[in-house]
Design a protein around this ligand. Sequence first.
Ligand SMILES: Nc1ncnc2c1ncn2[C@@H]1O[C@H](COP(=O)(O)OP(=O)(O)OP(=O)(O)O)[C@@H](O)[C@H]1O
Ligand SMILES: [Mg+2]
Length: 469
Amino acid sequence: MKSIFSRLLVTYFVITLLIIVILTSAISFMYKTIVMEEKKESFEVIAKRIEILTEKYTAGTMSLEGLNSAVNGMSYSADAMIYVIQIDKDSFSQGKELTYQGVTDKFVYEDLSTVLNGKQVFRKNEYSQKLETYVVYMGYPLKIKTEIKGAILMFCPINNINQNIMKMNRILWSCCAMIMLISIPIIFINSRRISKPIEQVEKAARSIAKGEMISAVQVPSKDEIGMLAHSFNNMKDQLEINDKIRREFIANVSHELRTPLTSIGGFVQAMLDGIITVENSREYLKIIRGETNRLVNLTSELLDITKIQSGVMKLNIEEILLYEVVAESILILREKADSKGITISILVDKKLRVSMDRERLMQIFINILSNAVRYSEIGGQIDITAKEKKHLVEITVADTGIGISEKDLPFIFDKFYQSKNHLIPEKESSGLGLSIVKNLVVLSGGNITAKSKKGEGTQICFTVNKVEG
Ligand SMILES: Nc1ncnc2c1ncn2[C@@H]1O[C@H](COP(=O)(O)OP(=O)(O)OP(=O)(O)O)[C@@H](O)[C@H]1O
Ligand SMILES: [Mg+2]
């Protein structure tokens, strides 16, 4: 009883059954009421006709035989026993006259005082001892020239009426059973149609929780359940993608950490074993310091990415002079650029202000510029330009370096992505720089793109919010 299917099944079944039973009972009741009303009306018509005939008889224009045969005729056609009794109110109390006239039933006797007072009485279901059956009965005052002279009593055995009602009931209830028989498979199919996809989704969710690979849930309908299955499939795909990204990320991080750690471990072991002498050790300790610096940088870069992506990194937005930040960033890279004979020109309006986190904007510039310096041959040129575009400033860092191949270009903003090139040994970079840059730009509400041609240079273009006025 706990499954949705059985709940739906029982609910639909009970509702359908209730509706059908209530409707059928109402129709049956209405039919019975109508039949009784008709009987009552026909008794009234008969009583009025008998009244006219009795008036004729007392006026002497009709014989007793004539009256009797007319009453008998009506009795036959109405399937009823009809008594016309002339009775005086006073002699009624003695009751003898009635027995004489053949009316012995107690209820008739009880009703007579009402009838003789000018009111008609109608009973729908009364046992008549004289007729030995249940009857529908009417007592009607017999008026002759506005004076009540007696009563017209009409009895119709109820069986005759009930037979028709029962016939009608039989038809009604068989219809009811038929509707129920037809609805049961419909109810069953419909309940199954609703509950099955939910069951499928639930089963799939359990498999995912266990870490199993599953295929998409197939629900062809376009209703809410179809939408649920669709969303579920999307979620499943996204989970799989996330899982793949996470696994790749861990593999990359492990690889990146492993290389410097192995070389540090190797040098230390060599020193301990005496392969590297104390006199030579200074050279190797420098290498070890370089490697540890690289590890520190790498871990702080990884921390930055994690902070941005998990929404922990908060920006300290302020109004800053763009020129100042660019100049400061270049200062940090000056030595490296000079050693390669690379000229850097800032083509930025000195008054241009942007709304940005100062530290983070520097981080962006240092990353992009260090790439531009690193991936340029001796004597290269780097131009930094800024263009105002509505409420944004579009900043471009263009170099005349080695460029990026078409194959690599779409991936340079991915974590750990490095294209192979002759200028730089792979182990000196981690492939995290542009990933951090993109995350920072997007976090600050901008976007970033790269244009490049192998051998001709690269342009990295990103937007920041402008300070108006
Ligand atoms: N200005 C550029 N000219 C040519 N190639 C570039 C340039 N900028 C980036 N690339 C290519 O894009 C790749 C990704 O750059 P990214 O800055 O993310 O990593 P990285 O420079 O290799 O390492 P990291 O910056 O973490 O030390 C680089 O390996 C390089 O191949
Ligand atoms: Mg870089």
